[in-house]
Design a protein around this ligand. Structure first.
Ligand code: UD1
Ligand code: CA
Length: 419
C-alpha cells in the first residue's frame, strides 16, 4: 500500500477505562490475543503516518511497552478529556503543516479500507475535518452526529448532552478523524469544559470548525461492527466475537470448512490447507500449521508449534503441543501429544499419552512411520518407537526406551518381544 504523505497520527490511550473495572488500562485488554492498542497501531501502520503518537496516562509505561516502539509516546498529565489529550501531543508535531489523524485506542474493529476512504474523502473535498461515522441500530452511549437541512455535519453531541429529539439520531461518532492540523490546534484552544462530565471534548471541535465556515465531511461505514467502541467487558466480548468471526471467514475463503464458527477458535497467525475440516469446539492456537484434507475435532486443542501434514486426523479430546505429525496419521481419541515427532501413517490409539515433562525438562518422543500405538500407551520421554513397531494396550515405555523397527513392546515396564 502506498504511504500517505505529510500526515501525522495521534492515538488516544490515556484513559483508565473505569467501566472495565480492571487494574489493567483499557487498551491493554486483548481481542483475538492482541491488545486493543496493538490493533489500532496495526491499522495505522501500512499508511506510514509520520509521526505516529500514542498519548498515554493511566499506567502509561505499560501502554508504552505494548506500543513497542511503533510510535512516539506522549504523556497526558491529567485525564482532562479527549481534547486535552490531543493538545498534549501538539508539541511533538509542532511546525507540522499537514493533516492529523486522530483515533481512540478503544476502537479496535475499523478496517483498513474504511480508514482509507476517510483519508481519500478528506483530501478530495479539502475539508477541515473528515470523520468516520456509523449507523447503529442501538446508538446509545455514543456521541451523535448532527446534520443540518443540507445534510452537512454541524456538530457531535455526547449522549449526556443530547436533546430529547436528537436521541433518535442513530448516526454515531466512531472516534477516527482526519483533521487539517493547523485548523485542529487552533480550534482546540476554543474548547470549553463540558459542564456535565467536567472534561474537554474533542468532539466540540467539530462545531467550532463549522462555525468558522470550514468544511466538515463524513464517511459513513455500512458495517455496524466497525463503529464499536469498547468501554465494558460485555463490549470486549462482543468485539472478540466479531474479530474472531473475521479471522474464521478468512480461513473459509481459503477453502477450510468450519462446521460451527461460534465454537471454533483459530489464531490469526495459523496456516490451514484447503479441504481441511474443522469440527465444533476446537481451539487452534498461535502459528499452528495444518496441511490439506485434515480433520480436526470435535473438542480438539492444537497448541503453539504444532504442524500437521496432509490428511492427518485429530479427534475428540486430543491435545497436541509443539509436535510434528506426519501425513495420514490418526490420533482420534483422548490423547496428549507433546514435544513429539510422529511419522506418517501412524495410528495412535485412544488414550495414548506422552509423558514429556520430567519436572525439569521437556523431553522428546519420536514415533516413526507406520507404527501402531496401542490404546492407553504411556510414552515416558525421551523414547523412540521404530518404523512399523507396535505397542500393546496399556504399555508403559519407560525413559530412554528405543523400540526397534517392526518389533512389539508390551507391559509395564515395557518389554520388547521378538520381531
Ligand atoms: C468517545 C467520543 C464519542 C464517541 C465514542 C466512540 C468524545 C468526547 N466522545 O466517547 O463521541 O462516540 O468515543 O467510541 O471524544 N482519552 C484520553 N485522555 C482523556 C480522555 C480520554 O486519552 O483525558 C482517550 C481514552 O483512553 C479513549 C478515548 O480517548 O481511548 C475516548 O475516551 P472515552 O472516555 O472512551 O470516550 P467515550 O465516552 O467512549
Ligand atoms: Ca470509548
Amino acid at each position: 500500500m502506498a504511504k500517505v504523505k505529510n500526515t501525522a497520527c495521534i492515538i488516544l490511550a490515556a484513559g483508565k477505562g473505569t467501566r472495565m473495572r480492571s487494574s489493567l488500562p483499557k487498551v491493554l485488554h486483548k481481542i483475538c490475543g492482541k491488545t486493543m492498542i496493538e490493533h489500532v497501531l496495526k491499522l495505522a501502520e501500512p499508511f506510514g503516518f509520520k509521526p505516529t503518537i500514542v498519548v498515554t496516562g493511566y499506567k502509561g509505561k505499560d501502554v508504552a511497552k505494548a506500543a513497542k516502539g511503533a510510535a512516539k509516546i506522549i504523556n497526558q498529565k491529567k485525564q482532562l478529556g479527549s481534547a486535552d489529550a490531543v493538545m498534549s501531543a501538539e508539541a511533538a508535531i509542532s511546525k507540522f503543516s499537514g493533516d492529523v489523524i486522530v483515533m481512540y485506542g478503544d476502537i479496535p474493529l475499523i478496517r483498513r479500507e474504511t480508514l482509507k476512504q476517510v483519508l481519500l474523502r478528506h483530501k478530495a473535498k479539502g475539508a477541515a475535518c473528515t470523520l468516520l461515522t456509523a449507523k447503529l441500530r442501538d446508538p446509545s452511549g455514543y456521541g451523535r452526529v448532527l446534520r443540518d437541512e443540507n445534510n452537512e455535519v454541524v456538530s457531535i453531541i455526547e449522549e449526556t448532552d443530547l436533546s430529547f429529539n436528537d436521541r433518535a439520531v442513530n448516526e454515531t461518532n466512531v472516534g477516527a478523524y482526519c483533521f487539517d492540523g493547523k485548523a485542529l490546534f487552533e480550534a482546540l484552544k476554543e474548547v470549553k469544559i463540558n459542564k456535565n462530565k467536567k472534561e474537554y471534548y474533542l468532539t466540540d471541535v467539530i462545531s467550532i470548525l463549522k462555525n468558522k465556515g470550514l468544511k466538515i465531511e463524513a464517511f459513513s461505514t455500512k458495517n455496524e461492527d466497525e463503529g464499536m467502541g469498547i468501554n465494558s467487558r460485555g463490549e470486549l466480548a462482543a468485539a472478540e466475537r466479531v474479530a474472531r468471526s473475521r479471522v474464521l471467514e478468512k480461513f473459509m475463503d481459503h477453502g477450510v470448512t468450519i462446521e460451527d464458527p461460534s465454537t471454533t477458535y483459530i489464531d490469526p497467525g495459523c496456516v490451514i490447507g484447503a479441504d481441511t475440516l474443522i469440527r465444533p469446539f476446537t481451539m487452534i492456537e498461535e502459528n499452528v500449521k495444518i496441511g490439506q484434507n485434515c480433520a480436526v475435532g470435535p473438542f480438539a486443542r492444537l497448541r503453539a508449534g504444532t504442524r500437521l501434514s496432509d490428511g492427518v486426523e485429530v479427534g475428540n479430546f486430543v491435545e497436541v503441543a509443539r509436535s510434528y505429525v506426519g501425513g495420514g496419521t490418526k490420533i482420534k481419541h483422548h490423547s496428549y501429544i507433546g514435544d513429539s515427532v510422529i511419522g506418517k501413517d501412524v495410528n495412535v490409539g485412544a488414550g495414548t499419552i506422552t509423558a514429556n515433562y520430567d519436572g525439569k525438562n521437556k523431553n522428546k518422543t519420536i514415533i516413526k512411520d507406520g507404527a501402531f500405538i496401542g490404546s492407553g500407551t504411556i510414552l515416558v520421554a525421551p523414547v523412540t518407537v521404530g518404523k512399523k513397531a507396535v505397542t500393546g494396550a496399556g504399555a508403559v515405555l519407560t525413559r530412554k526406551t528405543k523400540v526397534p523397527d517392526s518389533s512389539v513392546i508390551v507391559g509395564i515396564p515395557g518389554r520388547i518381544l521378538k520381531k
